[in-house]
Each structure stands twice: as structure tokens, then as C-alpha cells.
Design a binder for this molecule. Sequence first.
Ligand code: ADP
Ligand code: ZN
Ligand code: ZN
Length: 834
Amino acid sequence: MPLLADVAVPVPLSQAFTYEVPAALAGEVRPGARVLCEFHRRKLLGVVLAVSERSAAIDPSKIKPLAALIDARPALPAELLSFLQELAAYYFAPIGEVLRLALPAIEREQVRALKAQGELDGMLDLGRAKQVGGRKVAYASATDVVEEPGTLRGQAAAVLALLRANGEQPVARLEERYGNARSALKKLAERGLVALDEREPPRDPFFRLPEERDVPPELNPAQAEAAARIDAALAALSAPGSAAPSVPGSAAPSVPGSAAPSAPADAEARGAAPREARPAGPSAFLLFGVTGSGKTEVYLRAIKSCLDRGRGALVMVPEIALTPQLVARFRARFGDELAVLHSGLSDADRHAMWASLHGGKVRVAIGARSALFAPVPDLGLILVDEEHDGSFKQEEGVRYHARDMALLRAHRAGAVCVLGSATPSIESVALVRRGKLAELRLPDRAHREASLPEVALVDLRRFGAGPSGDPLISLPLHRALERTLAAKEQAILFLNRRGFAPSVVCGSCGNLTTCSACSVALTYHRGRRRDPRPQAPAGAPAPGAPAPGPAAPLDERPQGGLLRCHYCDYAGPLPERCASCGSRTLLLEGLGTERLEATIAASFPEARVARLDRDVAGKDRSQAILARMREGKIDILVGTQMVTKGHDLPNVTLVGVVNADAALGLPDFRAAERGFQLLVQVAGRAGRRDRPGRVLIQTRNPEHPAIAFAAAHDVPGFLEREIRDREEVGYPPATRLALIRIDAVDEGVGRGAAAKLAAHARTCPDGLARRVEVLGPSAAPIARLRGRYRFRVLLRARERGPLRGTLAALTGLMRDGIDRNARVIIDVDPVAML
Ligand code: ADP
Ligand code: ZN
Ligand code: ZN
């Protein structure tokens, strides 16, 4: 019988394809290895899922041999490979696309080897695939040697002058500027005027921080209890008879056939019954600890305990929380035993991190969502910090939820999983109630002196505008800011709208200016001001700066600035006239962070005001702003969500939530949950150390549960009530959802496809039996985005099985029963509902 390999190729099809393993490669081709294979007369890079000796299920003459083997050692260890297959099945995602999430770049060496074998002739994807490794960067620097006057001309003279003025430069950068830089440098080097030097490119910025080992603090009783229970779970894992750690290259565990949707996946994904072989006792936890309660310290102990038992650990944090400060805390404990994975890495650095994990040199990985796929060796522990955070859900391509999948991966690997949060997601709380997660609580802040801030609600229906004249800067908020400044303390003002004014409205006819490609209002961004207020010492009036008076009319026609769409890339000038009636009176309505910053700066001329949102902040800029805040060089920081997470700012004693209602009105069943989490997280920024903090929440809706419970610091109370509400309205976790997203340039095409999908869902067996409820088709809340009309069909069921049955029926229809001009996406356990 022939030796056959099931290979997943990067095409949007769910199944794997069968190839013959040539005799020369027998014994070398293993699951998880990349191979070159011919696919419709192209050569593609595929991943071997399984190898076996069997008779082919299809005409043997149609089976092609594998063209070449890329990885001598499988790029995907068995544990990771089988997890990825389960993930693909769970989300109805093409296996080739799922594997791509975890595959490393190709090493140049590997490409060279293939070229030598002649395999790359007439190719292919591989030539264009990312390649890394073996690259050094050449640097040039001026020596102390002085040339004889008048002996250098042209570019040689210019290059030397530049090196002397600016110091060492990469040769590539010189070449950008001087076409003949290379020959000029050669000449200069021959004369001893310049030294050339080849080096590895600079390492990841997270590693440039000095590493100082810390001394672990003594745990308080709650932390000690949590750490002990996690430790016990880790001990149980490595005890004899428990699930063996999966060693790369060892016998593959039983994996489902090529990505056939498998029932166990969905049970396991939400932390269902642990494996039979595993000893009793929980291995998945919810660490529920108020902000500042010392969750990170518990993570650090858990990782230590995991490493001591010879296993590797994976830490996932929201992208926004992955800051140098956080990484420094982990490095202070684990030094170079830590790989940091983040979106800012160069391909070479990313690959270096990957290789050090894959090779077992480093056993701890920390990163955002995509770290889920890190090849951590002998995985023993997965930590998900801020598990409630929405950024764990990927909203394009393969729409996976990294927190749910962390539970699945840990379960399959025989590892412990810890989800941590101050505001746990309703999903995780439901898992605790169903006994799938064990709860660990840290009820108090770690520093005994640090108490939770006092929270006051400001009812905007009762309080008018303060001296600034803006109704959203109420008198109580204004006074609180004054007191904070007088005490030389810091304040944070949170507003989750970027830009200057969220909408532009015609003063005559009321027409709202919307994006031509999306059905959303355009936001006016004023952009950089030409007269930035100088950083004058407090009290000294800025000379000559025409600071607007406190009540300056903000809706007078602005100079410059742009209208931007926050959903597509559109940016254009503010129109002269209303597009509908031609009137010239266009009003800038509402308050965005830009305008808030300007208003606050004008009302508190002695304060140093800064803003932190996506518009001012590239990666480095936001760090710089937070550093200035920490150093006390900013008095009032205005910002969006970016100010809410994970920054330890001990001198902040006032947090103002400018408009708590903004997030609560969205047409999304999680709006209250998200609003609540946001309020608690923002409030957690106040008074972290020995200073009592104060939080002012401005709202027109003080009795809204999200606001009332947040004001009372009553997280369990909110969770209790929200779970009950969800049960009543039949939303997760009481039910399970899948959202079928349909979009098309042509409205009729989209509508037609949506109708067809909904009808099919209703008439498939699970639909007919009413085990699955089909809601829609309907237009999406944002009915048009980037020029495409959007529709949806929502599937809802009490049980996972029927939902999967319906989705399977729909995938059949999607393959050949739907207009090709309509795009259909299955979103299992959807998060973004707009
Ligand atoms: P969380 O992650 O729960 O928000 P952190 O781990 O950041 O909390 O802890 C808050 C602060 O308390 C940090 O400054 C941390 O160093 C400190 N801390 C944590 N645990 C202890 C402890 N057992 N003893 C003293 N300080 C601690
Ligand atoms: Zn008008
Ligand atoms: Zn748009």
C-alpha cells in the first residue's frame, strides 16, 4: 500500500488533500511539517496533517507525489497541530487559513536548499513568502583618521561629513540618500577613514530595557490561597498517570480526521468535562480580583511553579496592556526565559522568538491574541489576563476567540488554564456556575493602605455646564478638577469618542454629514493646532498664545481640520455647504477627546493637559505620554479606552467619566456588560497606592444597572443581574449564537443571499425541528460599510449540537448555492454585533 499524506493547503477550502510520499522522503515526512505540493498546476506550501499507509480513497493515478519537504523538524508540534485542527472545526474555518495563523516564516536557508534542488523553478508562492534569517545589517562609522585636505570630493566627502556629524549609520540608510554610497564607503574604508561592520539587526524594543531581577513579595492570604490552588493543579498534571506532556515529534495524539467538524470540540472549548485520564480537581480557573489586588503576582508564581515542573507557560494579555512596564515585571522574574510576541515585531525578531520557543530554549511566551499559537514547549499553563477584554476576539479572517481557545488548547495539552479579571466576562462567570471553572478570589487591593476609590454619580439632567460652558464639563467635575490641581495631584478624564466633534449637522435643515461609503456619521478632527500652548510652568501665562476664553463658541466655522470616517479610511475637508439644502451653517455637534482637551486646556490655563487616543498615539508616542504622566509632567490626561488599562499611575486621584451613557445605548446585547467593565476599569485608575481616589461618573441615566453597580463597586451584583437578564432575553451564555454575515456591493445581491441563507437554515432538519431559532435576514446595524451593503442572519440555540448541524448545512449552500458577488462569513460566538 502506498504511503499517503493528508496535506492542508492555503486555499479557502475546509478539507485536506491527499498526496503520495515519495520513497526518498518516507520516514521524514511527519505531521506538522511543511511540504511543497502541486495544486492545480501551481506549487503550494502545505502542511502535513497525517501520514499513513493505506489504499487511497480516490483514483490512485490522480494522486500526485509531494514535491519537496521544507521542515526536517515539523514546524508545528503535535500538540499545536491537533489544537489548530480542532479550532478550524469549531469555527467552520478553512484549515489552511487556520494553520497560517501559527506557521513561522520560511528561513532563507530552507529556500536556498530548495533552489539547489531545482524545486523552485517556475514557482510560486514560496518565492513571495516571508523569508527570515541569515541577514546581517552593515554599519559604517567614521574613524579618527583625518584625510589630507582636498583629497575627497563628491559623495565620498559628503558621506564622510555625514558620518562625522551624525555618528554611525546603517549602510542601507546612506544608500537611500547617496546613490554611490557603497563605492564611496569602499574608497573611504580603503583609506582608513571609515570602518565597516556587520551586525545582527537591533533586537526588539522590549528587550532594550535593562533587566533587574526583583525579589518576590510575600503573598497576602488571598494570593497565597490562589497560588496554592493553581500549584496543586499543576502538581496533579505532572503526577504519574496524568496526561503526558506532548513532546514535539512524539506519537501524535488522536486527532480528528481532516477538519471534520467534531462534536467534542465545542464541549471542550467551553471547558467541559476534563479528560478521563486526568486526576480529579480543577485545572481551569477564574481568578477574580479587583484592580490592584495583585493578580500579576499570582501569575508570576504560577509560571514559576510551572517551570519548576519542567513545563512551559503561555501568557496572553490584551494588545493594549502589552506595555514595556508589564513586560519588565515578567522579565524581572524570568529574565531571558521569556519570549515577547507582539504586532510590532520585525519578521526576523518574530521568527527568532518563534524559533527559541520551538527549539525549547525559551519556555515562557507572553503576547496578545495571536500568542495563542506560540509553540510553547511542553505546555503546562495558559494565563489569560483581562480575560473579559474584547480584543481577544479576532474580527477578521479566522474569527476565533483567544480566551475560549485558550481553554481548549490547555485542555487538549493537559495544561492548567487561568483566566484573570477584575470584571470577569459573563461567559466565564457562567462557566464557574456550571462547575467548569474553579473560582479564585482576591477581594482586596494588595497594598493594605490602598482602598477602592469613592465613586460619585453626577446626574447631567440636574447639573448644568460649569464655567467652561460645555454641558459635559459639569460644575461638580469642574470643581473636582480644581481641587485636584490645587493638591498637585493628577486627573484622568475618560471619553470614548475620538476627534473633535462626533457629528456635523446642518443648522438649517438638520442634515447629518455621513460617509459616502458607510452608513455612519463623519467625525470632525481638528488635527494638530498651529499654536500649541507652550509648556509653561504652572501659573505663568503663556505669552502671546490666544487661548480661547472659557465660553468661546466652539461651533463657529473652524479652520482646517478634516472629516474622518471611523469605519473606513475616508478623510476629506469640511464641506462649504450642506449637501442637502446648500446652507452654509454647518454645526459641529458633540464632544470628542480633541475638543475635550481644548476645552479643558482653556478652562484650566495653569494645568498641563495632554491627550491619549489613537490619533496621537503610535506605539511609542503613547508610551511617552504615559511616561510623562508617571513623571508628573501632566496634570490632566484626557483620553479614550487607552487610558483605562493596566497603567500604574499612583498620583492619579481623580478620574472623571465624562459621558457614561455613550457606550450603553449601542444595539448589542453586551452593551451593558461592556459599559460596566469600562467604568470599573476606569475607576480602578484612581488612587492606586496610598492616596484615596475619587471617581466622578457623569450620566443622564444614573439608575442604569451598569452605572449603579459600578458606582457601588459591586461586580458580583452586576454579574448576577446581567446573567439573569440574559437568561430572560435568551442571549449568551443562556444560549449559543452564530452570526452569518453577508455583504455585497450590490444591495439586491446581498439581500438575496441573506434571504436564501435564512430560508435554508429554517428548512434544514434542526431548523424545522426548531432546535435552532433563525433570526433575520435583516440589515446589519451599520447597514453599509466600505461601499458594501451588510446583512445578517442570526442563529440561536440552547444546545451547541443543533447549531453546528445548521452551520454545516449552510456551508454546503455557501459552496455553490450563493451568488459569487456576495461574501458570506460564519461568525461562531460573535462578539461585534454592529
Ligand atoms: P492587578 O494585576 O491585580 O491589577 P498588580 O499585580 O498590578 O494587581 O498589583 C498591584 C500592586 O500591588 C503592584 O504594585 C504590585 O507590585 C503590588 N503587590 C502585589 N502583590 C503584593 C504583595 N503580596 N505584597 C506587596 N505588594 C504587592
Ligand atoms: Zn441643510
Ligand atoms: Zn466610511
